[in-house]
Design a protein. Structure first.
Length: 177
């Protein structure tokens, strides 16, 4: 049997017909489902502001981006109360903090019984990072952490100082500038 014989072409033709039939069925179902959905909508759909996702962007070497990356990853590592990733949290500290500040932070944590990066015993539900400008040879970034939910929330404002090589050299509750 050669490649041009009718017996050889039939399986290909059958497969093409099956694909076309499946495609037509899918398109037909999609159209009918779409028409039903449109018919059930009584007016414009309102989307709450909380449901709209805000874009996140950054630039390598930018202080705000660096601090936001650190806090985002750190909160994620600490957030799981039943199984926090303490190895990841430690690795993040080693990567983002100066070694001198890491030692001072460990002493602060021992004295205060709280996480020094978060300045709290629990983990925030939200955080916001904004640039506060240059301070000496570094840059200060404000981190606002929100704890709690509903009407019982508390905000803590932290002032994070980055040295000129983009490592965190201080986290304070008052500005250095």
């Amino acid at each position: 049997m050669n490649s041009k014989s009718p017996a050889h072409r039939r399986p290909v033709r059958r497969a093409a017909v099956a694909v076309a039939a499946g495609l037509a069925l899918a398109v037909g179902l999609g159209v009918s489902t779409q028409m039903q959905a449109q018919a059930s909508v009584q007016g414009p759909v309102k989307v709450s502001a909380a449901a709209v996702q805000q874009p996140v962007s950054g630039t390598p070497g930018q202080a705000v981006t660096r601090v936001a990356d650190f806090y985002g990853a750190y909160v994620d590592a600490k957030r799981d109360y039943t199984d926090p990733d303490s190895a990841l949290a430690a690795a993040l500290r080693k990567h983002y903090l100066t070694s001198d500040f890491a030692k001072r932070l460990a002493a602060w944590e021992k004295k205060n019984g709280a996480d020094g990066v978060l300045r709290a015993q629990n983990v925030p539900v939200r955080w916001k990072v904004t640039d506060n400008g240059p301070v000496g040879m570094g840059r200060e970034v404000i981190v606002t952490l929100t704890f709690g939910s509903g009407q019982t929330t508390q905000n803590i404002k932290l002032f994070v100082l980055l040295e000129r090589y983009d490592h965190v050299s201080a986290i304070e509750t008052t500005t250095a500038g």
